[in-house]
Write a new protein. Structure first.
Ligand code: NAD
Length: 478
């Protein structure tokens, strides 16, 4: 067992699960025990309480955290979660997953995470803004934010609006910072955000599922045909990640979304739900109820257990435990959320031959695209300007050479089609697709070549070895 200095009283199911997953994978590595302890442990936490004026004029005391898990690479990086069940241990466990996630997809950051104990879905916009601006000021005060220090992003309960407020607060309080917008990613486009960041995690989930279902031997073992097309899918959580994953699975992959689960209950339709229509319906009415194209049930937990090919938990952790794992009927569980399956639940699912695509690989699309946003902000120039111009010049030269060799002029519409450079969004999407496919190949190869129990152990082991190697390369500061 690798002691991370956090032993003792129970730290919560999610924290314990991440710790046990780490230990299991560490058992297959040859990394020195002291170094393993360093790879596992959380390097720094900031726990804060601050007053914020509530909408009725009273003073609310808000409790919040920022955990910086690993300094093997800087800056550290990780989302900010708003939820009434946020805790310090949950924040630390999420920060650890960020370290491993970045290592798997080759993003050169350490992991971090922020948490604010508030249910964002029930807050007014004004209150959310006051909380997030004050939270940012607290992070600045303790040097827990900055382009080269620690760079937050959206997570459960936050989105581009909150990231915009963070960037604005930082810019105003750090007047001498040359690239203030690089202090946070997931910003609105007008504030130097990057096209494709909002949907990046869900799109990455789609690419990751596609890569996995294209493995003929795995699908054969599960009794399924290779490919996403025609797979029956149930999604839990129709927020940023869940909605985009379902949208791309349906529109690009040809999957049938048979079930959608939200807080108030679930919708089911054996011949498929129109994801975009359900999303609009819930956004307008605040509930899945009364949607025309599916049957509604108030029992969301029971819907997790319905028959399907792929179950995608995309809400919160600990949704599948030893209690309900024996009743899950999906053949594949695609972990879009962080930690949706706990350690004991996982053992039962594995025993039952259910394939799990682990969170630390599957939802890494967000941080992958965040990395491009950060690079662009640091460079002070968009990829459009940087790459398209160069690409256009090269292609123009090619067309001109062709014209001089053939002594014929290429017609204008064809020329413009040939010469047109990549748009920033195309570049981001292609890079995301490549990253998810390549990372899947790596963890799949590790799983099979090192005879590991499952994909999760392979993903953890790959991350552990990469972080340990990075410590080896840079040495440990005396
Ligand atoms: P979100 O707030 O946009 O959406 C979450 C959705 O889940 C909400 O619609 C909420 O109503 C729903 N939900 C909550 N409890 C539920 C329950 N018991 N049953 C069904 N639905 C429920 O959050 P998000 O950004 O989509 O994050 C979802 C998960 O994905 C989290 O675990 C988060 O850590 C993870 N994640 C998010 C990102 C990102 O870029 N946003 C990146 C990586 C991982």
């Amino acid at each position: 067992m690798i002691d991370d200095g956090e032993q003792g009283a129970s730290r919560g199911i999610f924290f314990d699960s991440v710790s046990r997953y780490f230990n299991r994978a560490a058992g297959y590595s040859k990394v020195d025990t002291g170094l393993l302890r360093q790879v596992k442990t959380c390097n720094a936490v900031y726990r804060m309480r601050f007053p914020v004026r509530a909408d009725d004029g009273s003073i609310a005391v808000v409790e919040a955290f920022r955990a910086e898990h690993s300094y093997h690479r800087l800056p550290t990086k990780g989302g900010i979660r708003f939820s009434e069940i946020v805790s310090l241990d949950e924040t630390i466990a999420l920060a650890a997953l960020m370290t491993y996630k970045c290592a798997i997809v080759g993003v050169p950051f350490g992991g971090a995470k922020g948490g604010v104990i508030l249910d964002s879905h029930s807050l007014s916009e004004g209150f959310r803004e006051r909380v997030i601006r004050r939270y940012t000021a607290e992070l600045i005060r303790k040097n827990f934010i900055g382009p080269d220090i620690d760079v937050p992003a959206p997570d459960y309960g936050t989105g581009e609006q909150e990231m915009g407020w963070i960037a604005d607060t930082y810019k105003n309080l750090k007047m001498n910072e040359p690239h203030p917008y690089a202090c946070v990613t997931g910003k609105p486009l007008g504030m130097q955000g990057i096209p494709g960041r909002t949907e990046a995690t869900g799109l990455g989930v789609y690419y990751g599922i596609r890569a996995c279902t294209e493995q003929p031997e795995e699908m054969k073992r599960l009794g399924l045909n290779p490919g996403v097309a025609g797979k029956r899918v149930i999604v839990q959580g129709l927020g940023n990640v869940g909605y985009h994953a379902a949208h791309y699975l349906q529109s690009q992959g040809g999957a049938t979304i048979v079930g959608i689960i939200e807080r108030e209950g679930a919708l089911y339709a054996a011949d498929g739900l129109d994801v975009d229509a359900v999303y609009r319906h819930r956004r307008e009415g605040g509930t899945l109820e009364h949607f025309d194209g599916g049957e509604f049930s108030a029992d969301g937990a029971a819907a997790l257990e319905r028959d399907c090919d792929i179950l995608i938990p995309a809400a919160l952790e600990d949704q599948i435990t030893a209690e309900n794992a024996p009743r899950i009927r999906a053949r594949i569980i695609a972990e879009a959320a962080n930690g949706p399956v706990d350690f004991d639940g996982e053992a039962i699912l594995r025993e039952r031959g259910i394939l799990m695509i682990p969170d630390l690989f599957l939802n890494a699309g967000g941080v992958t695209v965040s990395y491009f946003e950060w690079l662009k902000n640091r460079a002070g120039v968009s990829f459009d300007r940087l790459l398209s111009r160069n690409e256009e010049l090269t292609k123009t030269r090619l067309v001109e050479t062709l014209e001089s060799l053939t002594e014929r002029r290429v017609p204008e519409p064809v020329r413009s089609q040939l010469v047109h450079g990549s748009r920033e969004k195309d570049l981001v999407t292609t890079a995301l697709e490549q990253t998810m496919m390549h990372s899947f190949e790596q963890i799949h190869r590790m799983w099979t070549s090192r005879d590991l129990p499952d994909l999760r152990t392979a993903a953890f082991l790959l991350a552990i070895e990469r972080v340990a190697e990075s410590y080896g390369q840079h040495g440990i500061f005396p």
